[in-house]
Design a protein around this ligand. Structure first.
Ligand SMILES: NC(=O)c1ccc[n+]([C@@H]2O[C@H](COP(=O)([O-])OP(=O)(O)OC[C@H]3O[C@@H](n4cnc5c(N)ncnc54)[C@H](OP(=O)(O)O)[C@@H]3O)[C@@H](O)[C@H]2O)c1
Length: 243
């Protein structure tokens, strides 16, 4: 797929992967409680779906807060699915991608060590040379992309050049909002859990500064699946206004 980045100024056409946002969300739109410790929202059945989704993509990506605070493994859990990937000539696990302003990640982090999996960190000039050196020593591919925040269109383009055709975005709410703002997300899969977390400061599917009505991202409903525990899986396609 191609898209136009910053159409008023650069008219630069960049390629990017097909990007699926997956999240587990409460019925009141929260993706965690106010304590932000990665509350369990998914059901067992939904975990299997997410595992299959991970097994079907080339890369899985998270934002800095999710990465640094929760240290997710982002690997495919099912041995069967990993075996099928290997049989298909793919790596056992998809590439792990982190979007981190200051990449202060411990060398012992599960994100870096659980696998086997290749790791790419997109970071900014705020990361110290010592941090960058340590990451490179652990075999991580580090890409400097921006000063204040990671330049997401450039990062997605770079991933495409690394051979990533399908990318799974697994949050959190700030990165999701930035990815919507840049019109980078193609598909949204949301597991809607039958529970309310409440809390004005609890993270939601897309946080950030928020869009006005004119900038709101329209979605087209593709599928609804009701799960045995009363949860609902919603699948949408993003229909950006310029498309
Ligand atoms: N239920 C679910 O499906 C699910 C999935 C994932 C996460 N979560 C929850 O989401 C919460 C974390 O979300 P969050 O919104 O606090 O953080 P986040 O989206 O995980 O990470 C955002 C951080 O990424 C870094 N970043 C670098 N460049 C960026 C860019 N261009 N755009 C956006 N971010 C950029 C920034 O900070 P740094 O300085 O930190 O790099 C930014 O603060 C946690 O409570 C977690 O449990 C839920």
């Amino acid at each position: 797929m191609e898209f136009v980045s910053d159409s008023n100024r650069k008219m630069e056409i960049l390629t990017k992967p097909y990007i699926i946002l997956n999240a587990a969300m409460t019925a009141d739109g929260k993706i965690d409680t106010i304590t932000r410790r990665g509350a369990k929202i998914s059901s067992e059945a939904d975990w299997s779906r997410v595992d299959e989704l991970r097994a079907a993509v080339d890369a899985v990506m998270v934002g800095g807060k999710t990465l640094l605070n929760e240290d997710p493994r982002l690997t495919v859990k099912s041995p069967e699915l990993r075996r099928k990937r290997l049989e298909a000539g793919k790596s056992e696990n998809p590439l792990k991608v982190g979007i981190v302003t200051d990449a202060r990640i411990s060398a012992k982090a599960r994100f870096l060590n659980d696998g086997p999996a290749e790791v790419v960190i997109f970071t900014t000039s705020q990361a110290s040379s010592e941090t960058l050196h340590l990451l490179k020593e652990t075999g991580v591919r580090v890409v400097l992309a921006g000063d204040e925040l990671v330049d997401l269109p450039q990062a997605m383009h770079q991933l495409k050049t690394f051979g990533v055709d399908r990318l799974l975005l697994e949050g959190g709410g700030t990165l999701n909002a930035s990815m919507f703002a840049e019109e980078l997300i193609d598909e949204v899969q949301v597991y809607l859990a039958p529970v309310i977390f409440a809390g004005a400061d609890a993270p939601t599917l897309a946080d950030g500064a928020g869009f006005g009505v004119r900038e709101a991202v329209p979605l087209a409903l593709e599928n609804i699946k009701i799960l045995p525990n009363g949860g609902v899986l919603l699948t949408y396609l993003a229909k950006y206004k310029g498309e």
